[in-house]
Design a protein around this ligand. Structure first.
Ligand code: HEM
Ligand SMILES: *[C@@H]1O[C@H](CO)[C@@H](O)[C@H](O)[C@H]1NC(C)=O
Ligand SMILES: *[C@@H]1O[C@H](CO)[C@@H](O)[C@H](O)[C@H]1NC(C)=O
Ligand SMILES: *[C@@H]1O[C@H](CO)[C@@H](O)[C@H](O)[C@H]1NC(C)=O
Ligand SMILES: *[C@@H]1O[C@H](CO)[C@@H](O)[C@H](O)[C@H]1NC(C)=O
Ligand SMILES: *[C@@H]1O[C@H](CO)[C@@H](O)[C@H](O)[C@H]1NC(C)=O
Ligand SMILES: *[C@@H]1O[C@H](CO)[C@@H](O)[C@H](O)[C@H]1NC(C)=O
Ligand SMILES: *[C@@H]1O[C@H](CO)[C@@H](O)[C@H](O)[C@H]1NC(C)=O
Ligand SMILES: *[C@@H]1O[C@H](CO)[C@@H](O)[C@H](O)[C@H]1NC(C)=O
Length: 328
C-alpha cells in the first residue's frame, strides 16, 4: 500500500508539468453543460429536433446510437463519421462494408437548428454524442449527462473504419483487444454490446453462420439450431437487402432482453455469442439474463460516457465544422 502512494506523490507532479508544457491549450476535459453560458438553449434544441424525427420514425433511435459508437471507435469522437467522400478522399462513410449507418439527416437537421441560434459554436461531434443519448432516452432507455466540448476532426478515412470497427464475426479475444485499445474494459464490452437490445441487422452481417460456416456447408454450432431454421426463412444465402431484428419482438424496447437471447444462444452475431466465452463478459450476460446483476441502465450510462471520451479533440485542436458532412 505504501509504495504506490509514495510513487504517485513523486510521479503525479511530473505528469502535470509535462502536460502543461506540451499541451497547455489542449488539456481540458469534457464538461457537462459546456455550452450553458454561450448557448443556453443548445440541449433543448437537440432534444426537440431529435424527438421530432424519432416520434415519426422510432427505428432511427438505434441508428443514431450506433452512429456515436462508429464515430468514437474511429479517430475518437470527432464527428469524422459524418464527413462525405470527396474526389481526393474516401471517407469512413464509404468503408466497405460501409457500416449501413442511417440517420445522417437527423444530425444535419440538428446542426442547422443549432447554427440558427448559436452560429459557429457547437461541434458536430458533440451533436452526435447528445443525439445518441436523446435517442436512447426518447425510447424510454436510460438517460445520462453528456460531457461536452468536443471539437471536430478534419480527417476521415474509410481504411480506418475497417481497421477500427470490430466486425460481426469477431471472437472474444479480438473484441476485448478492440475495446481495450480504446480504453474500454471487458465490463464496458459486455455493457455496450447491450446496445443490440434495439435495432436491426442486414442478413449479410450474419448469414455465414447459417450457411457454409467453415466452408463445408455447415452452420455455426454456437447458434441455437432452432433459431437457425427461423433465420434461414428470412435470409437466403445471398440476400443483400432483407433485415431482421437483433432482439426479436423487443427490438424497439431498450431493456435487458439482449442478454436473455445471448444466454439462449440466440445472439445474432458471432460477436454477441462470443460474450459467453469469457468469465467477466459471460458473468455479466448471465446476471442480466436472470435479473441478479447490477442495474443495466446505470451501467450503460457509465460506459456510454466512457465511450464518449475516446480520443476527443478539445481546446484549440480540430475545428467547429459549419456543415457536418464537409470539413471547413
Ligand atoms: C462489440 C462489437 C460490435 C459489433 C461487432 C457490432 C456489430 C454490429 C452489426 C454487424 C450491426 C448490423 C449492421 C447491419 O447489418 O445493418 C450492428 C447494429 C447495431 N449496433 Fe452494433 N456492434 C458492436 C457494438 C455496438 C455498440 C458498442 C453499440 C452501441 C452502444 C452498438 C449499437 C448498435 C445498434 C443500435 C445497431 C442497430 C442499428 C440500426 O438499427 O440501424 N453496437 N452492430
Ligand atoms: C422544445 O419544445 C418544447 C415543447 O414543444 C418548447 O416548449 C420549447 O420552447 C422548445 N425548445 C426549443 C429550444 O426549441
Ligand atoms: C453529403 O452526402 C450526402 C449523401 O450522398 C448528400 O445528401 C449531402 O448533400 C452531402 N453533403 C454536402 C454538403 O454536399
Ligand atoms: C453505402 O453504399 C451503398 C451502395 O454501395 C449506398 O447505397 C449507401 O447509400 C451507402 N451508405 C452510406 C452511409 O454511405
Ligand atoms: C480469434 O481470432 C484470431 C484471429 O483470427 C485468432 O488468431 C485467435 O486464435 C482467435 N481466438 C479465439 C479465442 O478464438
Ligand atoms: C471496468 O471499469 C469500470 C469503471 O469504469 C469498473 O467499475 C469495472 O470494474 C471495470 N471492469 C473490469 C473487468 O475491470
Ligand atoms: C462453401 O465454401 C467453400 C469454401 O469456401 C466453397 O468451395 C463452396 O462452394 C461453398 N458452398 C456454397 C454452397 O456456397
Ligand atoms: C474462468 O472460470 C473458469 C471456471 O470457473 C476457471 O477455470 C478459469 O480459470 C477462469 N478463467 C479466467 C481467465 O479467469
Ligand atoms: C444468476 O446468475 C448468477 C451468475 O451466473 C448466478 O450466480 C445465480 O445463481 C443466478 N441466479 C439464478 C436465479 O439463476
Amino acid at each position: 500500500m505504501m509504495l504506490p502512494k509514495l510513487l504517485s506523490v513523486f510521479f503525479l507532479p511530473l505528469v502535470c508539468v509535462h502536460f502543461l508544457v506540451l499541451d497547455g491549450t489542449n488539456a481540458q476535459a469534457l464538461q457537462v453543460g459546456f455550452y450553458k453560458s454561450k448557448c443556453p438553449s443548445f440541449e433543448a434544441i437537440v432534444r426537440n429536433t431529435t424527438a421530432s424525427f424519432i416520434s415519426r420514425a422510432p427505428s432511427l433511435a438505434p441508428a443514431l446510437l450506433r452512429m456515436h459508437f462508429h464515430d468514437c471507435f474511429v479517430r475518437g469522437c470527432d464527428g469524422s463519421v459524418l464527413i462525405n467522400t470527396t474526389s481526393s478522399n474516401q471517407a469512413e462513410k464509404d468503408a466497405i462494408p460501409n457500416q449501413t449507418l442511417r440517420g445522417f439527416h437527423v444530425i444535419d437537421a440538428v446542426k442547422s437548428a443549432v447554427e440558427k441560434q448559436c452560429p459557429d459554436l457547437v461541434s458536430c461531434a458533440d451533436i452526435v454524442a447528445l443525439v445518441a443519448r436523446d435517442a436512447v432516452t426518447l425510447i424510454n432507455g436510460p438517460s445520462w449527462s453528456v460531457p461536452l466540448g468536443r471539437r471536430d476532426g478534419r480527417v476521415s478515412r474509410s481504411s480506418e473504419a475497417l481497421a477500427n470497427l470490430p466486425p460481426p464475426f469477431a471472437n472474444i479475444t479480438q473484441l476485448k483487444a478492440s475495446f481495450r485499445s480504446k480504453g474500454l474494459n471487458d465490463t464496458d464490452l459486455a455493457v455496450l454490446s447491450g446496445g443490440h437490445t434495439i435495432g436491426i441487422s442486414h442478413c449479410a452481417s450474419f448469414s455465414n453462420r447459417l450457411y457454409n460456416f467453415t466452408g463445408r456447408g455447415d452452420t455455426d454450432p454456437s447458434l441455437d439450431p432452432n433459431y437457425i431454421v427461423q433465420l434461414k426463412r428470412k435470409c437466403s444465402p445471398t440476400d443483400a437487402t432483407s433485415i431482421v431484428e437483433m432482439d426479436p419482438g423487443s427490438a424497439k424496447i431498450f431493456d435487458t432482453s439482449y442478454y436473455t437471447i445471448v444466454k439462449k444462444r440466440r445472439g445474432l452475431f458471432e460477436a454477441d455469442a462470443a460474450l459467453l466465452n469469457d468469465n467477466v463478459t459471460s458473468a455479466y450476460v448471465q446476471q442480466q439474463a436472470n435479473s441478479s446483476g447490477t442495474n443495466f441502465f446505470n451501467d450503460f450510462a457509465v460506459s456510454m460516457v466512457k465511450m464518449g471520451n475516446i480520443g476527443v479533440l478539445t481546446g484549440n485542436r480540430g475545428e467547429i465544422r459549419k456543415i457536418c458532412s464537409v470539413i471547413n
